[in-house]
Structures are given as C-alpha cells and as structure tokens.
Design a binder for this molecule. Structure first.
Ligand SMILES: [Zn+2]
Length: 318
C-alpha cells in the first residue's frame, strides 16, 4: 500500500476539525463523537446507528480473568498462571459493522452407509450411498471489522467458527490440534449503548473505519454463506448442493474496546485478546505442558504396543 495521505474536514455537529487518512470512510469526531460516513467524493452521511460497548473492566479484573483462563482448560502447563509473564497491554477501540440478519440454508448430499448382506458363511458388509437433504435457519449479529490492511490478533473469533483457543504444541508430532477450541461468537449488540465519546478513557485509541455499510453487508453475506456451508458439510458425508439465503434486518456501527496482551512462558511469546466490555477472553494462545506431552506420548505408545501385541497374537494363533 502507498503512503496514506493526511486529510481533514470539519465536524458537521460541533465544527471541530476531524483528521483522517485517505482510504478511511467512517470518521468519528474526537471532540463530540459524531460519526460521518464518506460515501463518494463530496457526499458525507451521518451514521445514525452508532453504538459503543463501554470500556468498563479495570486492569486488575482483566488480569484475574487471564490468570483464571491460564489455570483452566486442557493441555496447559500447571505453572502457567504463576510463571506466565504478562506485559503491559495495548488498549484500542476498533470499529465493527454489525449486520443483524437471518440466514436460511438448504442442502443436499449423500451419506455413506454400511449394511450386512447374505447369511452364514456368505455374510459380508456392504457399503452404499443414501441420499440426504435438510435445511436450517440461523439468526446472526455478524461482525465485520471496518478496516482493511491491518491485522489484530483474535478479532476473527468474534464470529462463530473461528478458533478461540489455540494450543501451541511447539512442533510436537502428536498434537493434532488437541486443546484448540472454536468460538461460539460474540454478540456485539448485547449491551451496546448509543455511541458516547465521553465513555472512552484516554488510554484507548479510537480507530476510524475504512469500509462502508454496503461493503460490510456484502462481506457478511459472503462469510455467513461460507460458515453455513461448513455446518451443512458436517451433516453429511458428501455435500453436493448448498444454498444460503440471507435477509438483512439492520446494520450498526459498533465501537468495541479491546485489550491486546502478550505474555511469555519459558522464553516464548503468546497473545491474548480481551473484550474491554465484558472482560472475557476473545481469543488466546497457550503453550502445552510438558506432562501433557508425556501423557499423550504414553497413550500413543500403549496403543501402538497394543496393536503390535494383537498382531503377534493373531499370527501365532494359526
Ligand atoms: Zn464533533
């Protein structure tokens, strides 16, 4: 991307200058909190449905939640809450478009089945395919990050399906993604209040948006269609058709306070994203304990040993 150009316009509400960068299209006045959307050259529309999730969780409360998170769940080192070293967090207020919508998915495919045919000595198992179809509905408050070209760790976990917990096995070959967990999604409209700049403390930097409402709705449609397809995919062996219809009921701009943490454990760095409104962990990475690896290794060896014994037993029985 080329160097962004600094621009300025005056707030329609209080007259204060609003500084922004070229490419930004959803601008929040730092003085009065009024928010404008730049549609195309010369068209400025105020954003009516602008909400805020108030940053209200204090630092010690956030740290308690993190220590609690470190001490629960699977495959975490026992001494993680004591030994894990938290660095000073970065506080930010990021803009999201929340697309309130309903989706209806119809799918069809085939299931692999087996049955026993014949009798006595001629009995055998046969595989056959059975047609299957179905439909399901979902209501969403789907969030679309309103900026491009920058990555914030963990914001994907605000929507369902993305990983919420990531276990780092550090190259251990028997990890198989165990200990990782998918997100159920976070409803950003729950507890949202009309945007009020006075509710945001000085420690938090507000970011302007770069994508407008229309682009956000299009993005949400694409993401929900893909998400619905993975649900349909889980219901049948082979999915042949999948169609999702989406009805948008309303789209809101929501500013969400977030805290980005980094912590180290045995010289390695891990990341955590904390919701500044609920205090909950949106997404976290964690190391896997040495004993967990040892136990997994033992279980693996027991299974391998068992299989070898069984083979020997079968071969000597003749
Ligand atoms: Zn203003």
């Amino acid at each position: 991307m080329s160097e962004a150009e600094h621009k300025e316009l005056n707030c329609k509400s209080c007259g204060a200058p609003i500084e922004y960068l070229s490419g930004e299209s959803t601008l929040t006045c730092g003085y009065c909190g009024n928010t404008l959307m730049l549609q195309s050259i010369g068209t400025i529309v105020p954003v009516q449905k602008h909400y805020l999730l108030q940053p209200k969780v204090e630092e010690d409360a956030r740290e308690r939640t993190i220590r609690q998170w470190m001490s629960t769940g699977f495959f975490k080192p026992k001494d993680l809450p004591q030994v894990g070293r938290l660095e000073a967090p970065q506080g930010i207020v990021l803009p999201f478009w929340v697309v309130a919508c309903r989706s209806f998915t119809q799918w069809s495919g085939q299931n692999r089945r087996t049955r026993r045919v014949g009798s006595g000595k001629h009995a055998r198992t046969e595989t056959y395919w059975e047609p299957a179809s179905g439909s399901f509905e979902n209501a969403h408050n789907w969030s679309v990050y309103a900026r491009r070209g920058e990555e914030w760790f963990g914001i994907d976990a605000l929507n369902p399906g993305a990983l919420k917990t990531e276990a780092d096995w550090g190259g251990f070959f028997l990890g198989f993604g165990m200990g990782s967990e998918a997100s159920q999604g976070v409803n950003l409209m729950q507890g949202a209040t009309p945007f009020d700049i006075k509710q945001i403390g000085e420690k938090l930097a507000i970011k302007n948006g770069q994508i407008n409402q229309e682009q956000a709705e299009q993005e949400a449609r694409g993401q929900i269609t893909r998400f619905s397809r993975t649900i349909a995919d889980g219901r049948v062996t082979t999915l042949t058709d999948c169609d999702t219809q989406i009805t948008v009921d309303g789209t809101y701009l929501v500013h969400l306070p977030l805290w980005v943490y980094r912590y180290t454990y045995e010289g390695k760095a891990f990341r955590l994203l904390v919701n500044g409104f609920t205090g909950q962990i949106v997404k976290g990475e964690h190391p896997v304990g040495k004993y967990d690896k040892l136990i997994v290794m033992l279980v693996f060896l027991l299974i391998v040993g068992g299989v070898i014994l069984l083979i020997i037993f079968m071969m000597t029985r003749k």
